[in-house]
Design a protein around this ligand. Structure first.
Ligand code: UFG
Length: 327
């Protein structure tokens, strides 16, 4: 298939691009390199551009005879979305709607969307099934949910199918250590714990120790980035005109912030200095996926089925790239 991947030089995007190329697809990566990395994708696949430049995207859809779009390009810091919602609504919603409409006009029939467990808000049921109520508790989650709704309306009105993948917490790196997680600024727990273990930052702050969880810290479902990548390829195969698909992508097992830090210490053999701090705005206490639907309907399974296996790959990346893609 000829596939346009927006945000394809980012963390999950670049691992997905690699998987698609290995499976014989023709991939055009569209990324403004603000958060993505040039080195994370093959040079010949990369087109540098901004999502807001809809005419540039339109031209690529036509000239490259695109058949499917995988839309990663988005801002993804929950905390920042709380303090700067306009930035999130503009990038994640307005520009995404523009892209969706150009896809419709150009007859693109398959669309895969990067959504998030953040669309569930504070779940009433754990593990969370796909048909659970979606009541986000932060602007990031609101923007993702609003776009999910737009996709459903488009698929009802036009000859168009989509698959929404609701990622839980992406972690890990390519098995060969060549690409991995490198955000600036880094806000995610796993890479920060590795950096603290390596002495590159003085400590990790635990955001909240008074949650209603066994050890008082937030519980998340960590899934390997390469297992997220395979979910996209399976989704593309499954989409048909009129498809309105939504799948959680997680392992169905939760780990607390303290458990993640202990696991990073076990993997590295190094101490992770920790400070306890207040809760971070917009963080639900527990987010754990029910992954039954994607397993049954798409035949997806996780190659990395334990936190330890996931963190082993991340540690390889952090050791071989102490400055991320900067080195
Ligand atoms: N945390 C800390 N200290 C830190 C960073 C994070 O205690 O320095 C905690 C958070 O409070 C949270 C957990 O570690 O409980 C994981 O936090 P991350 O920032 O690593 O990940 P999030 O769960 O906030 O975010 C991830 C994705 C988002 C997605 C979100 C859904 O990165 O894109 O899950 O909730 F939207």
């Amino acid at each position: 298939m000829r596939i346009l991947v927006t945000g394809g030089a980012g963390y999950i995007g670049s691992h997905t691009v690699r998987h698609l190329l290995a499976n014989g697809h023709e991939v055009t990566v569209f990324d403004n390199l603000e958060y993505g990395h040039r080195q994370a994708v093959p040079a010949e696949a990369l087109v540098v551009g901004n999502l807001r430049d809809i005419d540039h995207l339109d031209q690529l859809l036509v000239v490259n005879r695109i058949e499917a779009v995988i839309h990663f390009a988005a801002l993804a810091s929950v905390g920042e979305s709380v303090t700067n919602p306009a930035k999130y609504y503009t990038n994640n919603l307005i520009y995404s709607l523009q892209l969706l409409d150009r896809c419709r006009r150009n007859g693109i029939q398959k669309f895969v969307f990067s959504s998030s467990c953040a669309t569930y808000g504070e779940p009433t049921q754990v593990p969370i099934p796909e048909d659970a109520p979606q009541n986000p508790v932060n602007p990031y989650g609101h923007t993702k949910l609003a776009f999910e709704r737009a996709l459903a309306d488009y698929a009802a009105a036009h000859p168009f199918g989509f698959c929404t993948l609701r990622y839980f917490n992406a972690a890990g790196a390519a098995a060969d250590g060549s690409i991995g997680e490198d955000h600036t600024p880094e806000t995610h727990l796993v890479p920060l714990a590795f950096r603290a273990a390596q002495g590159k930052i003085p400590h990790v702050t635990v955001f909240g120790t008074d949650y209603p969880t066994p050890d008082g810290t937030c519980v998340r479902d960590y899934v390997h980035v390469d297992d997220l990548a395979t979910a996209h390829a399976l989704a593309l195969d499954k989409i048909a005109p009129g498809s309105k698909l939504a799948y959680n992508v997680g392992l169905g097992r939760g780990y607390s912030v303290r458990e993640v830090i202990a696991a990073v210490e076990a993997v590295t053999g190094l101490k992770v200095p920790v400070k306890e701090g207040p809760r971070r705005a917009g963080d639900p206490p527990v987010l754990v996926a029910s992954a039954d639907k994607i397993r049954h309907e798409l035949g997806w399974s996780a190659k990395y089925d334990s936190l330890r296996a996931i963190l082993d790959t991340a540690w390889r990346w952090h050791q071989s790239h102490p400055n991320g893609f900067g080195e």
